[in-house]
Design a protein. Sequence first.
Length: 311
Amino acid sequence: MRKRILPVIVLLFAALVINSAVQAQTAATPQPTPVRPTPDIADGKYGTLPANTFDLWKASSTRPTPLLVYIHGGGLNSGNKTEMSVNLLNEMLKAGITVMSINYRLTADGAIYPQHYMDSARAIQFARAHAKEFNIDPKRVAAAGSSAGGMTSLWIGFHDDMADKKNADPVLRQSTRLKVMAVTAAQSTLVPDVVIKYVGPLALQYQTYFSGKMLGLTPEEAKSPRGIEMFKAISPMTYLTKDDPPVWSYYSIPNTPLTSESTVSAAIHHTGFGVALKEAMDKLGIECKLRHKDDGQKVNEDMIRFLLKYL
């Protein structure tokens, strides 16, 4: 009996050793670095200002494709169009979605509300004005972005159409309306009372937003009734109505209350902003998919599925 068992044990041990060696070799093998594809248009101009630049990657198709306009984050104060994830860019193109990543005026360079937003809105209008050249369907346009870029996407998406049909500039005659938005770590509101309710007072310590500089105000003016009205004006949820597009949102901060050890960065990117938005959109019957760090789903795949559902 022992003679039969011994070879089996030896074989099992050998299999475990080989399996462990294979796993170790796989873990040690460096994964290839994703390659950013060369844009079809690099540093294109969507306006006359120095910051009005974009990169465009055309999805391979003989028919007009949907367009995603990517708006970078940085508190409306910093960042640039190269910040879009290479993996996300490649997956968008693979899914047949053309991508336009844009720069816009920043607070650090003297921009004040609504200049940041209006640059991004113009980029959307510019793409529509060049739909044939870009091989896009002007009726299937989405916006995406992280943090301030997500906030900008939501503000434009919820805002009434800003097309000026009588404007001498043909770009400004185009629609700014979107079919869908996909945002990460986005601030859905900057109204102080609402931020405190859904996130906590720690978020108000994020001076890039709440010092008043991006509104053209002093810190004292930012706390005045005039300042509160301007925080309402810059907040996407102020413009939310039942005819607005759906939203996919993701937050990498755990969906738990802030603690005494939480950082200001964690507060200003907290899931509470998404909770506030979803509650408001649910009341209006508009789909808002809220994702967060601990839900176990793949982020990029889920985002693209949601976008394609509406594009």
